[in-house]
Ligand binder design. Structure first.
Ligand code: FMN
Length: 195
């Protein structure tokens, strides 16, 4: 019988794009037989900033029941996927703040030997989505983690959705990419657990 694997999806999303991709990844991992935790990095922006954009305020309200990411969620995962909007070619401050809380776990070697993968979205095709993903993979090297990118796919580094108009749903291309990525992460995490 296949061994169960734990998959944690840690994401930050201001207006819902990354939340949509994170949900697709979580559902795909579940279908592949994984136990899944879907958790969000806490909002750090001042209330006035959130309220200045209706889509941001609405999304925050709509996802208030999604548990806030804790260090234990990462420790629990055999595989951890990080999702963030691209911010100036980098990850969001909200996700980075959460990752910085992993310091003691890192120091004790408890982040090592897990599978890690990352996904993002951005306003423009050449707006730095790959540098965002690589900035996450840089940290994974420090963790001693095993980077599992999707490889031959829409973006070999990690699912990367380019936003259309404000109301456009996440593209099927990005969702397909998310499924490929999630499947591969589960397969590799399971193989490592069984080795
Ligand atoms: C402060 C800020 C910086 C951004 N920087 C970039 C960027 O460097 N490249 C890019 O393509 N999009 C950039 N964007 C657009 C966001 O990536 C986009 O709004 C986000 O991917 C939407 O994801 P969400 O709906 O999950 O919040 C930026 C947006 C903000 C607010």
């Amino acid at each position: 019988m296949e061994r169960s694997v734990n998959v944690t999806v840690v994401y930050y999303s201001s207006t819902g794009t990354i939340h949509r991709i994170a949900t697709e990844i979580a559902e795909t991992a579940e279908k592949a037989g994984a136990e899944v935790r879907l958790v969000r990095a806490a909002e750090l922006a001042p209330r006035a900033a959130v309220d200045s954009r209706p889509a941001w305020a609405e999304h925050l309200k709509a996802t208030e029941d999604v548990p806030i990411a804790q260090v234990d969620d990462v420790l629990w995962g055999d595989a951890v996927l990080f999702g963030t909007p691209t911010r100036f070619g980098n990850m969001s401050a909200q996700l980075k703040q959460f990752i910085d809380t992993l310091g003691p776990a890192w120091f004790q070697g408890r982040l090592a030997n897990k599978v890690y993968s990352a996904f993002t979205s951005g306003g423009s095709t050449h707006g730095g989505m790959e540098t965002t993903i690589v900035s996450i993979y840089n940290m994974v090297c420090h963790f001693g983690g095993i980077i599992v990118p999707p490889g031959l796919n829409e973006n070999p580094y990690g699912t990367s959705h380019v936003l259309g108009s404000d109301s456009a749903p996440v593209s099927e291309i990005a969702l397909q990419s998310a499924r490929v990525q999630a499947d591969r992460v589960v397969r590799v995490a399971r193989a490592l657990k069984e080795a």
